[in-house]
Each structure stands twice: as structure tokens, then as C-alpha cells.
Design a protein around this ligand. Structure first.
Ligand SMILES: C[S@@+](CC[C@H](N)C(=O)[O-])C[C@H]1O[C@@H](n2cnc3c(N)ncnc32)[C@H](O)[C@@H]1O
Length: 282
């Protein structure tokens, strides 16, 4: 039971001076592109409990730990607290419908080497990438064995990556999945959980990757998902990132963002196709 009256919550927050807040937000912005400027109270709230429970009683003390963190654990934990890993299977299903009705039939006719390259950037615990893989299995059916549809799925959060790799989700997390998919693409894991079946898990490769880093791949992608990720970034960071996504999209390839985001005012060369769907012209 929470014994702290609501009006006292603020008083229980660990004190953070303007200077300390600037120090933290500048550090997070420069390394991870995450814009905390409007989130001071939220951050103070999220970090106060963690730090107090570890016997850390000031942000100065905490910064010393952050600046002397050779294993990277401290920074990873901080990022886990600052970002929201909310995701679910079949989220914004319009994208998966578009894959089935437009993209996959087109690729089936045009991709000669049968190698589809898809990247889920900011994939959280893997639901987006696994959904896309299941959609492709449904579409190709028996023809799937001649297609390489391995998906690259990346996120900055080590915690999310570990869950994604395990492929284990509770019944509650899977409540919106059709029964047919549960029996086709999942296997029993525990008393209240299922695991994505081996066949699908093997076709999603998870990697920890900071989108603020200089990333390089062997080839461009036919499709990049970056949904509900850029919401953390300021306009300049978004502009630079979308430009990098454009470079890594193959001519004719697609770029998906979430329906609550837009590329308007980012000066991108991507062509608008449908809400939250963009394409690089051939
Ligand atoms: C709300 S989730 C979105 C998950 C999924 N794309 C979806 O739409 O359901 C946002 C994800 O972006 C990741 N993220 C935030 N900043 C990032 C960065 N600089 N590099 C890589 N991933 C980042 C977070 O860790 C989080 O898992």
C-alpha cells in the first residue's frame, strides 16, 4: 500500500538542481538523441525510487557513477528507465495489411534473389518483428522455403533485447493474437506464457543498437520500421535519423512510422504513400 499522501509525493523526490538537470539532459541528448527537456518531474520521479533503494542520496553521487561506468550497466539501466518499451503484436495493423496486399505480392514478382531485407528499428521486446515474420509466413505459405525473410531487429534497451530473444510472452501480452496464430506460431512456455516457435525465432536477428550511432549494413533494406521511436527525439535529431534511414532504404523500398508521427517538416525525400507509410522512389 502506498502510505505517502499524493500531495507529499513531490517533497519525497530526490532534489535535482537546474544545473544537475541540464547535465543529465545534455548527456542523454548527445549520446542517445533522447530529448528530456519537458520531462524533469517524470525523470526525478522515476529515478528517485531507484537511487534511494540503492542508497544513493544525491544526483551528484549518481553522476559520478554514470561517468565511471566501464561495463555500461549504469547507462543501460538509466535508458531502461527513460524510455517506454510498450509494444504489442499486430500493433497498427494497417501496416501489416499493406504488407500482405501490396508489398509482398510486388516483391514476389520483382525480388529475383528471393532475399527480403527488413529492419525493425527500435523493436522493443520483438513484437513488431515477430508479427512481420508471421505475416510473411502466412502470405508465402508453402512457397516460403525459397525465400530468405530474416528480419534484423534492433533496440538500445538490453532488457528489451533479452525478452525479445527469449520470445516468451504472457497470455495477457498475447490476448489480441488470433487463436490460429497461437497454434501455428507459438509453443507452450510456462503456466501463463507462450513462446514464439523456433522456426519464427530463428528468422529474427536481435541486436543492441543505438540509432544515434553511425550504423552500416551490407545492403539496403526493402522495408524499415521505425514506429513510436522518434517520439523521443527533437526535430534536428529526427531529420538526421530519417536521412540515414533514407540512405539505407533500397530504391522502391518502404519506410513505416507510427500513425501518431509524421515526416512533415523534416525535409525528407521519402514520398508519402498512405498514413504512416512512405516510399523511396526508384
Ligand atoms: C515505444 S517502443 C516502440 C516499439 C515498436 N517499434 C512499436 O511501435 O511497438 C520505443 C523503443 O525505442 C527504443 N529507443 C529509444 N531511443 C533509442 C535509440 N536512441 N536507439 C535505439 N532504440 C531506441 C526504446 O528502447 C523502445 O524500446
Amino acid at each position: 500500500m502506498n502510505t505517502v499522501p499524493a500531495q507529499d509525493n513531490k517533497a519525497h523526490l530526490l532534489e535535482m538542481t537546474d544545473n544537475e538537470f541540464t547535465q543529465l539532459s545534455t548527456f542523454v541528448k548527445s549520446r542517445y538523441g533522447i530529448d528530456l527537456t519537458q520531462k524533469r518531474t517524470l525523470i526525478q520521479g522515476r529515478l528517485t525510487h531507484d537511487l534511494r533503494s540503492r542508497g544513493i542520496n544525491s544526483f551528484q553521487e549518481y553522476f559520478k557513477l554514470l561517468n565511471n561506468d566501464p561495463s555500461g550497466t549504469e547507462i543501460t539501466n538509466l535508458l531502461n528507465r527513460l524510455t517506454t518499451n510498450l509494444s504489442y503484436f499486430l500493433r497498427e495493423n494497417e501496416h501489416f495489411d499493406f504488407m500482405t496486399k501490396v508489398m509482398l505480392p510486388h516483391w514476389e514478382q520483382t525480388v529475383r534473389d528471393h532475399d527480403l531485407r527488413i529492419w525493425s528499428a527500435g523493436c522493443s521486446a520483438g513484437q513488431e518483428a515477430y508479427t512481420a515474420q508471421m505475416v510473411m509466413h502466412d502470405y508465402f505459405g508453402a512457397r516460403k522455403n525459397v525465400w530468405d525473410t530474416t528480419i534484423l531487429a534492433t533496440d538500445i534497451s538490453a532488457k528489451a533485447m533479452n525478452k525479445a530473444k527469449s520470445g516468451i510472452y504472457t497470455f495477457d501480452e498475447l490476448k489480441d493474437i488470433p487463436a490460429e496464430w497461437k497454434s501455428k506460431y507459438f509453443q507452450k512456455a510456462g503456466a501463463d506464457s507462450l513462446q514464439v516457435c523456433d522456426k519464427i525465432r530463428k528468422e529474427v536477428v536481435f541486436r543492441t543498437l543505438n540509432l544515434m550511432d553511425d550504423f552500416h549494413f551490407k545492403r539496403q533494406f526493402h522495408l524499415i520500421f521505425c514506429r513510436n521511436v522518434m517520439i523521443y527525439f527533437d526535430t534536428q535529431t529526427k531529420k538526421e535519423l530519417v536521412k540515414k534511414f533514407y540512405e539505407w532504404t533500397a530504391p522502391g523500398g518502404y519506410f513505416f512510422i507510427s500513425h501518431s508521427e509524421s515526416l512533415n517538416s523534416l525535409g525528407s525525400q521519402f514520398k508519402y504513400i498512405h498514413p504512416a507509410i512512405y516510399q523511396k522512389q526508384v
